[in-house]
Design a binder for this molecule. Structure first.
Ligand SMILES: [Zn+2]
Length: 80
């Protein structure tokens, strides 16, 4: 998954989220590339690496269908 940095507009596959809070108010919340994240970190901004862990959770998002009676009946495509 490619992603365009919001700061330098370079393509990256490992986005970082940079957030700035002041008194509980979020002033900044943007996705940046690793080099911009490193810059933000050097400025003392909190950076969080975005983990691509969504694919593992996606398979479990569907509720288990154990009751076959409740299975939604799909109309067959008209191939006639
Ligand atoms: Zn960048």
């Amino acid at each position: 998954m490619e992603f365009v940095c919001r700061r330098c507009t370079s393509l990256t596959t490992k986005p970082y989220r940079v957030t700035t809070e002041d008194g509980g108010v979020v002033l900044l919340n943007m996705l940046v590339c690793p080099s911009c994240a490193r810059l933000a970190k050097s400025l003392g901004l909190p950076t969080v690496k975005m983990e691509p862990a969504k694919s593992a959770a996606r398979t479990r998002a569907r509720p288990p269908m154990t009751d076959s009676k409740q299975r939604p009946v799909q109309p067959p495509p008209s191939i006639r």
